[in-house]
Design a protein around this ligand. Structure first.
Ligand SMILES: NC(=O)C1=CN([C@@H]2O[C@H](COP(=O)(O)OP(=O)(O)OC[C@H]3O[C@@H](n4cnc5c(N)ncnc54)[C@H](O)[C@@H]3O)[C@@H](O)[C@H]2O)[C@@H](O)CC1
Ligand SMILES: Nc1ncnc2c1ncn2[C@@H]1O[C@H](COP(=O)(O)OP(=O)(O)O)[C@@H](O)[C@H]1O
Length: 292
């Protein structure tokens, strides 16, 4: 089927109506419950960054399931989010963690899966099982890697809100085709073929929907080119989804906010010195620019 690509640049006209409203009398339940699953020995920063970004972006309650060995670290680092320990094997989440994750997910609105999960057979199997959830899903990092050779599990989610946030190497691992050198077309083809919102990260991140929309982001620079920046983005997008933004809007607004927070952090600290934590700290200023 020939699809006419309407490529739009993300601007304030799109951002203003897409940012979830804050009811003055809302309570923490009003603003959504997010479950983040990730982390491994060696990757203790990733889930913490995702959780911090989610809280900063407005989600009402953020829970964080991590392997039990690293749980004390997450518990010490996360004050506003709620880390809890899960069964592990070799420093990564074990298959035995599934029932506890599903029980927690039952009371949540959105699942963010993958930051710092690590790559092992058991974690991959866990990802495959969790893809069956009816809940909206943001899949990142090793969650995406687990789809390699199992893309049918993504196809089976068609109709359920699913956002994938690969960088170009992860995109290639799950069959994304960048051989034509056209990132917009490649993202669109993938999103339409697999029924998901595809966020193809990098300079000028491209967000594509299953319906064929293509949105190109203009914020963000080389200050974001540091391990952990992608983990922040996952938290921002999942937080917006928990606040009832639809998957495409959550992704487009999330990518813009993340990049803009990065730009503001760069202005203060230079692109050399910005850290992903600085990006989280600048999210309020980026949000304010949409609100004004
Ligand atoms: N503080 C933490 O705990 C961190 C944990 N992280 C986790 O580490 C795990 C694996 O990350 P790795 O970086 O080892 O492996 P990846 O599979 O993400 O990347 C492999 C390599 O691809 C290369 N690459 C080439 N083109 C690229 C592009 N366009 N964008 C990004 N990378 C490109 C990079 O050199 C990178 O080292 C993930 O689960 C991730 O969440 C990272 O996010 C880094 C920070
Ligand atoms: N030069 C750049 N310009 C704009 N954004 C960038 C640039 N480099 C990296 N980013 C952004 O930073 C994030 C990096 O994510 P990723 O590659 O997954 O790293 P990690 O998983 O280690 O955090 C993405 O959102 C990407 O778009």
């Amino acid at each position: 089927m020939e699809v006419t690509t309407l490529i739009r640049t993300v601007g304030l006209d799109l951002l203003k109506p897409a940012l979830p409203q804050r009811q003055l009398d809302g309570h923490k339940g009003t603003f959504g419950k997010l479950l983040i699953v990730g982390g491994a020995v060696g990757y203790t920063g990733a889930p913490y960054l995702t959780a911090s970004a989610a809280v900063r972006t407005g989600c009402g309650l953020v829970s964080l399931g991590v392997p039990k060995t690293i749980w004390p670290i997450e518990a010490a680092k996360c004050v506003s989010a709620m880390p809890f320990p899960l069964p592990e094997k070799n420093g990564m989440l074990a298959g035995k963690a599934l029932p506890q994750i599903l029980e927690k997910l039952d009371g949540c609105d959105v699942l963010a899966l993958g930051p710092g999960l690590g790559r092992g057979r058991e974690t991959a199997r866990l990802v495959w099982e969790l893809l069956k959830t009816e809940k909206p899903l943001v899949l990142d990092a090793d969650g995406i890697n687990a789809l390699s050779g199992h893309i049918d599990l993504l196809d089976a989610r068609r109709g359920r809100p699913t956002v994938l946030t690969p960088h170009e190497v992860e995109f290639a691992r799950i069959g994304g085709d960048l051989s034509r050198g056209d990132r917009e077309r490649a993202a669109q083809d993938f999103a339409m073929a697999h029924g998901c919102v595809l966020v193809l990260k990098g300079h000028r991140t491209v967000t594509a929907s299953p319906e064929g929309d293509v949105l190109v982001n203009t914020t963000g620079g080389s200050g974001l080119a540091k391990g952990g920046s992608g983990d922040v983005l996952t938290g921002v997008i999942a937080s917006l989804m928990a606040q009832r933004a639809d998957a495409l809007r959550a992704a487009a607004v999330g990518v813009w906010l993340h990049g803009r927070a990065g730009d503001l952090a760069e202005q203060e600290l230079t692109a050399y010195s910005v850290t992903p934590e600085d990006v989280v700290r600048k999210l309020p200023d980026a949000i304010r620019e949409i609100l004004e």
